[in-house]
Design a protein around this ligand. Structure first.
Ligand SMILES: NC(=O)c1ccc[n+]([C@@H]2O[C@H](COP(=O)([O-])OP(=O)(O)OC[C@H]3O[C@@H](n4cnc5c(N)ncnc54)[C@H](OP(=O)(O)O)[C@@H]3O)[C@@H](O)[C@H]2O)c1
Length: 429
């Protein structure tokens, strides 16, 4: 699979994609090649690069003769030992990863969507073929969270984890907090800086974070947490009013990924969340990412850093390429071994921030409090101001069950109030 010259092992590499990440990896390999050769005795020799458009200008000086628009030139070439998948999208990426593994090639992918959506199929293919599948760059870019969970913390039962795992939404919410900006203005700003796509849906609706949480919680709990079992809500309904009320109450707003395991039950959710200002996650601002977790032996642990961008992501890709160059894959396969099935728990407990516009009439407040109380939702704090016809009303509840809160809110009709927003409050982080 690889050839040895003057004690330097050449590893033939095929790239699937040469966009932001592919070009970042190309540049980093170029920059680090002497160090990698002298330290690891390895040289990456790129044989083919799959792209869509042969004439496009690229962020890396890739020789024209390496470019191809035919995936078979990478996947069917027995001389290519290692494939770097940086295409993006679910298909054809997932199918190309599967074919590369079946062909006995090691694969490094940055693609959380393809991986989370085809997790079982791709992991089983890697197990059956003995080919290595690496995906550190797909979850939080440069932050070594996959290796930490599967390797450094393998003597732990991880009980719960919390993550700020999407840099775009964290940037938008940080701008809304720091500048009292509207969601639309903060999104526009992120787009101008290249931190948000022209179509930001995958980020702002929580899809990107859900893919990462599915992968991360699966590895942390050593049981498959399927993407379709995750609860997901995006940040598009968050207003400056919510952010400023939250701040007054002592909270920062984050798009938080939450995963908890209790015996055989797992809850996994991504949604806007108020976290106490005193918690380290509250200080993770801008496009930075962090993962905060508890293991039964290690206690609390937080990883923090750049979760995206070409250079930080390339850092994780090249590290995985070196792992693939070193290993016989038995370690990689063992790290991803699952211990059994779990049941998704959709009726979790949380505290809730509920913002309403209540009809400004005597008895309305009592009626709303009565409805919440009948459903077992008790109020921890309340704030009310008078208005013309409708008055802003704000509750923060004690711990309550999701289904009870939903049932109670379903009973509050227009004759009493309009529900403006409901935001989870995570106190027991
Ligand atoms: N950007 C980040 O900060 C970041 C961070 C972590 C992970 N990732 C992940 O890395 C992956 C790549 O992201 P990116 O930002 O590099 O994307 P990108 O800039 O859009 O690059 C995609 C590359 O794949 C090629 N491509 C796409 N579909 C193809 C197809 N069907 N056949 C042949 N070539 C195809 C494109 O070819 P052309 O150039 O010819 O169009 C392009 O070179 C994604 O899975 C993304 O989620 C990105």
């Amino acid at each position: 699979m690889d050839s040895t010259t003057n004690s330097i092992r050449q590893i033939a590499v095929g790239f699937l994609g040469m966009g932001n990440i592919g070009a970042g990896v190309w540049r980093l390999i170029g920059e680090m090649q002497d160090e990698i050769a002298s330290r690891e005795g390895v040289e990456f020799a790129v044989k083919k690069v799959l792209v869509r458009d042969l004439l496009k200008r690229r962020g890396a000086a890739v020789p024209k003769e390496l470019l191809t628009t035919n995936a078979d030139d990478v996947l069917n070439d027995p001389g290519i030992a290692l494939v770097v998948e940086a295409l993006g999208g679910e298909q054809p990426a997932a199918e190309y990863i599967r074919r590369a593994l079946i062909a006995g090639k090691s694969v490094v992918t940055a693609n959380k969507l393809a991986l989370a959506t085809h997790w079982k199929e791709l992991l089983e293919t890697a197990h059956e073929t003995g080919s290595c599948l690496y995906f550190e760059p797909g979850v939080c870019g440069a932050i070594p969270v996959i290796r930490t969970v599967t390797d450094s913390l393998q003597a732990n039962r991880i009980e719960r984890l919390y993550g700020i795992i999407n840099g775009t939404t964290n940037y938008i919410l940080s701008q809304m907090s720091a500048k009292d900006a509207s969601y639309a203005d903060a999104l526009f700003d992120a787009q101008q800086l290249g931190l948000a796509e022209p179509d930001p849906t995958a980020d702002v609706e929580g899809g990107d974070a859900a893919c990462k949480l599915s992968i991360l919680s699966t590895l942390a709990f050593r049981a498959h947490v399927p993407l379709e079992g995750l609860f997901r809500r995006g940040i598009t309904t968050i207003t400056p009013i919510d952010v400023s009320y939250g701040r007054e109450l002592g909270y920062a707003i984050k798009l938080l990924a939450v995963a908890k395991r209790d015996g055989n039950k797992v809850q996994a959710r991504v949604h806007p969340t108020f976290v106490p200002l005193s918690h380290p996650l509250a200080s993770v601002n801008g496009s930075l990412n962090a993962v905060y977790l508890y293991g039964h032996a290690c206690g609390e642990l937080m990883l923090y850093g750049r979760g995206a961008g070409d250079a930080p992501t390339a850092s994780a890709v090249v590290s995985d390429m070196l792992a693939a160059a070193r290993t016989d894959c038995s370690n990689a396969s063992a790290a991803y071994r699952m211990t059994g099935a779990v049941e998704m728990d959709t009726d979790w407990e949380s505290r809730y921030f509920i913002r309403l516009q209540a009809v400004d009439q005597p008895g309305v407040l009592g009626a709303i409090a009565g409805i919440l109380g009948r459903h077992g939702v008790s109020i921890a704090s309340m704030r009310q101001t008078t208005g013309e016809g409708r008055a802003p009303l704000l509750f923060v509840t004690h711990m309550a069950r999701e289904k009870d809160v939903r049932a109670a809110l379903g009973e509050i009709d227009e004759s009493l109030a309009t529900i403006e927003n409901v935001i989870y409050v995570e106190e027991g982080l």
